[in-house]
Design a protein around this ligand. Sequence first.
Ligand SMILES: C=CC1=C(C)c2cc3[nH]c(cc4nc(cc5[nH]c(cc1n2)c(C)c5CCC(=O)O)C(CCC(=O)O)=C4C)c(C)c3C=C
Ligand SMILES: [Fe+2]
Ligand SMILES: [Fe+2]
Length: 366
Amino acid sequence: MTSHLQGFSYDHHHIPKIGILLVNLGTPQAATTKELRRYLGEFLWDYRVTETPRALWWLILHGIILRKRPAHSAKAYQRVWTAEGSPLLCISRAQARDVQTALRARYPAPVHVALGMRYGKPSIADALEELRENQAQQIVILPLYPQYASPTTGSTFDAVAQVLTRWRWIPDLRFISHYHDHPSYINALAQEIKSYWQRHGQGDRLLFSYHGIPKRFFLAGDPYHCECHKTSRLVAEALQLLPEQWEVCFQSRFGREEWLTPYTDERVKTLAKEGVPRIDVVCPGFSADCLETLAEINEENRAYFLENGGRYFHYIPALNNTPLHIEALTDIVLNHLQGLMTKGASILSTEADARMAQMQQLKDRD
Ligand SMILES: C=CC1=C(C)c2cc3[nH]c(cc4nc(cc5[nH]c(cc1n2)c(C)c5CCC(=O)O)C(CCC(=O)O)=C4C)c(C)c3C=C
Ligand SMILES: [Fe+2]
Ligand SMILES: [Fe+2]
């Protein structure tokens, strides 16, 4: 079926099939010391994560870290583990399913969404294979890290590129390197916080807590710190908060060197000691609840706050697969798909929109 609107010849069967690759960090397959040793060994061997000379790091990793940390981490994972396994994996699966449903409702060509984990399973290789089997001709890669960081987003790119070195025929590709200021993402955060406050009341201070990175990476030019601050400022503006009502802090430091500051645990203790009775903590850098939010924030930092004289500690859950988050992720993908569709044609973005509408009409006629 061919249509000749606005000078474009458009054959419905030539609308390319789209593959979406959602990626998150990954998680151990069981909350056991043995599996944690394997998982942490893979994760912490990634040069993007440590940027330490290999020979030296091998000695530190195998001689020190992998002796004690796996048992300690296994205990932490056991506290958050569910009947269906790791929360991060369960939630990521639900996100992939729901984004696929939403995209199929909004995009006129066949869409398949696959989930890949940077470390562990399902791997990025598994997910790309799933897209290949579904004959995806164009692939959009969406790492589920709103703020770009080399150890997370950059490492995802490396892993995708590594798999593609074995592909004969490389599809059209689009890599979404960040969405820290996308209006739909900011809106989802602001609405979820507002709705939380409507149900539980609003605290005296809102802490935006992000996973840290070594300060060394920031000084070398990683945009992560800046993007965390921008997300927080945009959400605070959307909520019409005064400067004294919110602050940014960084959690989950690892190793001895200095990381991004202020540290979440120190701020939580200080606020309690200063007599701030109630704080709300939100973690916009985690697209899904995981060990770092469920155990570190909602258990450990809650305890620090209450032990030091704080009265009420409220953790506002991650966006997970809430409808507004799915809508935001779908919007982000669609923005990039429009870019892919206009490839090779010199048309303005308004005309690209018109073409989308035209394709939708073709679909409706089927
Ligand atoms: C959201 C962004 C993340 C950044 C940036 C990040 C950097 C980073 N992380 C480590 C070390 C560890 N992180 C661990 C867990 C973990 N980290 C993220 C996200 C970011 N990390 C998530 C979502 C998770 C949870 C995974 C889960 O299964 O629930 C761990 C493992 C747990 C533990 O043993 O503490 C380590 C180790 C470094 C070194 C780093 C930046 C250089
Ligand atoms: Fe799938
Ligand atoms: Fe981490």
